[in-house]
Design a protein around this ligand. Structure first.
Ligand code: ATP
Ligand code: MG
Ligand code: MG
Ligand code: MG
Length: 470
């Protein structure tokens, strides 16, 4: 059985052998992109290399990049605990060609790695291509010898990647593993594709165009390659597991959580242990990269993640801070690969403990209020926005925590009502503001305040956050 550390080295060594520079993971807070909340893909640190703004002493690279998808364009927060394949923090392994090799070599490398190095059986693999990309279709047939019905043409944007409204873009090809017909789900492009039988393990992006304007796209003179493979997903496959949360690393975290709380990871409690293990990882890595819990921007995303985990610990009966007690297990599993975890261990531990102790004061009372307000609701109903806002404003419940708390009962939150309540409170604050008499300054102050708060709020509700400077 290959553990995650071994799989990571196998990946990096394979590309090193094939002429790639092994580059260390960049931090989760992107240096080169103030519009992006967190590094959410392996290519993020190389954005300027792909656009030509920056040059490097190498034209092919490979990385295992720390990623967080808990806000903005890629938000997997709601999936965590409930799907077999999503985390808020995960490692994306990738190989990159900056105007060096292109489609044929990328597909050859990918196929050799998964079938020869990793030894995956060909009959469990299938791929998708963008519907117009005949070249990729033919290459999969030629290089992998896949039958035509296992090279699926997809029309949607899932198989067309772009950096933004302008800039490099191109078709992509996703590689899926079939976990077997005992698991519900259909192949990509089928009506049942939301199931978890066919799991995407690797995405190959063929950057071959440059989008100049909305209606003008040109061929790039030297096309590039960007790929991303989820370490935890491929580890599940290699360890004969269907579920990412059953791999070595997660088993150890979940076992420790079971031991600490004395509650088995079964039935309704299973999701709680998974959420705790996942959120511990994202919180620890974010703190190690300098993010601290706060009420806006990145710090608020961290706070939401931590508080969500705390509610799940509460569900498991924990009445005092517990999450920080799991940290040593994480550090022993991942500290060698990521020494920043070891260096920041004391800070992470204190931050977790402090946030847990503070939130504990309002968590119980908030949960009682929520119980009471939702007692008469049933599946399909909505919790009124006023209550959700009161939980947010008075008890420090991030909106997604309230949504998550009602999820298993099939109850939604009236988001419009929540936003109205927030607006009303702002208007009242404005009306009560006696002010300095200097109207111009006050207007600026309020506008700024609203803008910042809007940033925080939109930051996790819409995709616009990607465009907001933090
Ligand atoms: P999915 O469709 O399953 O949500 P994706 O298409 O959003 O995945 P990509 O953006 O293509 O994922 O990222 C490249 C790879 O990173 C994926 O093929 C997958 O292996 C991995 N990956 C993406 N999101 C997650 C996540 N939330 N947790 C773990 N691994 C992930
Ligand atoms: Mg996704
Ligand atoms: Mg996908
Ligand atoms: Mg993908």
């Amino acid at each position: 059985m290959s553990g995650v550390n071994e799989i990571r080295s196998t990946f990096l060594d394979f590309f090193k052998k094939n002429g790639h520079e092994v580059v260390a993971s960049s931090p989760l807070v992107p240096h080169n992109d103030p519009t992006l909340m967190f590094t959410n893909a392996g290519m993020v640190p190389f954005k300027n290399v792909f656009t030509g703004l920056e040059t490097r002493p190498y034209s092919r690279a490979t990385t295992a990049q720390k990623c967080v998808r808990a806000g903005g364009k890629h938000n997997d927060l709601d999936n965590v605990g409930y799907t077999a394949r999503h985390h808020t923090f995960f490692e994306m392994m990738g190989n990159f060609s900056f105007g060096d090799y292109f489609k044929e070599e990328a597909i050859t490398h990918a196929w050799n790695l998964i079938t020869k190095e990793f030894g995956l059986p060909k009959d469990r693999l299938l791929t998708t291509v963008y519907h117009e990309d005949d070249e990729a279709f033919e290459l999969w047939k030629k290089i992998a010898g896949l039958p035509e019905d296992r090279i699926i043409r997809i029309k949607t944007s899932d198989n067309f990647w772009s950096m933004g409204d302008t800039g490099p873009c191109g078709p992509c090809s996703e590689i899926f593993f079939d976990h077997g017909d005992h698991i519900w789900g259909g192949p990509p492009g089928s009506p049942e594709e939301d199931g978890d039988r066919f799991i995407e393990i690797w995405n190959l992006v063929f950057m071959q165009y440059e989008q100049i304007s909305a209606d003008r796209r040109e061929n790039l003179p030297r096309p590039s390659i960007d790929t991303g493979m989820g370490l935890e997903r491929v580890a599940a496959v290699l360890q004969g597991k269907h579920d990412n949360y059953d791999i070595d690393l997660f088993r150890r975290l979940i076992d420790a959580s079971v031991e600490l709380t004395g509650v088995k990871a079964e039935g309704d409690q299973r999701a709680s242990h998974r959420v705790i293990a996942d959120h511990l990882r994202s919180s620890a890595f974010l703190i190690a990269d300098g993010v601290l819990p706060s009420n806006e921007g990145r710090g608020y995303v961290l706070r939401r993640i931590m508080r969500r985990a705390m509610r799940h610990a509460e569900l498991l009966g924990a009445r005092e801070p517990v999450i920080y007690k799991l940290l040593p297990v994480l550090v022993s599993e991942m500290g060698r690969a990521y020494p920043e975890l070891q260096r920041a261990e004391a800070l992470i531990s204190e931050t977790l403990k402090l946030e847990e102790s503070r939130f504990r004061k309002t968590l119980d009372r908030g949960l009682s209020l929520l119980d009471e307000a939702s007692r008469d609701l049933s599946k399909g109903d909505s919790l009124d926005g006023e209550t959700a806002f009161k939980l947010y404003d008075t008890y420090g419940f991030p909106l997604d925590l309230t949504q998550d708390a009602l999820r298993t009962r099939g109850i939604h939150v009236d988001i419009g009502g929540f936003q109205d309540a927030m607006q009303r409170q702002r208007a009242e604050a404005r009306a009560h503001w006696a002010g300095s008499g200097d109207k111009a300054t006050e207007t600026i102050w309020f506008e700024l305040g609203e803008k910042l708060e809007a940033t925080e709020f939109l930051g996790y509700e819409t995709e616009k956050a990607e465009g907001v400077a933090l």
